[in-house]
Design a protein around this ligand. Structure first.
Ligand code: PLP
Length: 242
């Protein structure tokens, strides 16, 4: 007997449709509960380790924003992705020597965690005649293992980043420490939102409008605390196999 190998067309992906709808609804409910409208919160599908044919299913459901962590992985998927009308962001730690490769592919780099990285982005953007939207990442839990600016330095550093000609700071991104309870997570989200509000006052420009926080386990809590963009991977695609 020969073993049957299932093809992409035979794999049942209806769970993606269900997950997509469920997450969308929960985001909408949390947005309304926080005094906003569903349109005020963007739903990013985080696609690391997910193959293009599965990502395309999420796109067919309505996903219009994806986030990848690695430059190489994103570039490797591009040919097989339905990229029409699709916005792509880089959300993982970015090495300066890879900036050149993705500068014309992504709409935003959410993971700016040093001034030197921002300088490289600015330089490459200018070379291509564009201004790159970025978020500055805050190390909200003061974890030594995580990248990002220190809480107390974030605003000053963000202003320095924004003064570079090839970058436009659009807001703040945070990945809180792994939390035992939703209350604990909410504490970090609230702290991040206060930082974002303080920064917004100083920046005083209408497009400083993005607070990126909340992942699979806590996106509803993040929206309740004011997130404008949630980054959801495993709740949409299932657990990752590396
Ligand atoms: C992987 C990842 C996510 C999504 O994580 P899930 O828990 O699977 O939703 C969000 N943000 C960043 C920066 C990530 O690396």
């Amino acid at each position: 007997m020969t073993e049957k190998i299932s093809t992409e067309a035979e794999i049942d992906l209806s769970y993606i449709d269900e997950n997509y709808k469920y997450i969308k609804d929960r985001i909408a409910q949390a947005a309304v509960k926080s005094g906003r409208t569903p349109a005020d919160v963007r739903f990013m599908a985080v696609t690391k380790t997910v193959p293009p044919f599965i990502i395309n299913r999420a796109i067919a459901c309505g996903a219009d924003l994806i986030g990848e962590n690695k430059v190489q992985e994103l570039l490797g998927k591009l040919d097989d992705l339905r990229t029409d009308g699709l916005e792509m962001h880089l959300i993982g730690h970015l090495q300066s020597n890879k900036v050149r490769k993705i500068i014309t592919t992504v709409k935003m780099i959410q993971s700016v965690d040093s001034l030197s990285l921002a300088q490289e982005i600015s330089k490459r953007a200018a070379e291509n005649g564009l201004v790159m939207d970025v978020l500055t990442e805050v190390n909200i839990g003061c974890e030594w293992s995580k990248t990002g600016f220190e809480y107390d330095e974030l605003i000053e550093q963000s202003l320095a980043v924004d003064s570079l000609p090839g970058v436009n700071v659009r807001g703040v991104m945070a990945i809180p420490p792994v939390c035992e309870t939703e209350d604990e997570a909410r504490g970090y989200f609230e702290k991040t939102r206060r930082l974002f509000e303080d920064a917004k006052q100083l920046f005083a420009k209408p497009d400083f409008d993005t607070l990126s926080m909340g992942m699979s386990s806590d996106y509803a809590a993040a929206v309740l605390e004011g997130s404008t963009l949630v980054r959801v991977g495993s709740a949409l695609f299932g657990s990752r196999r590396y």
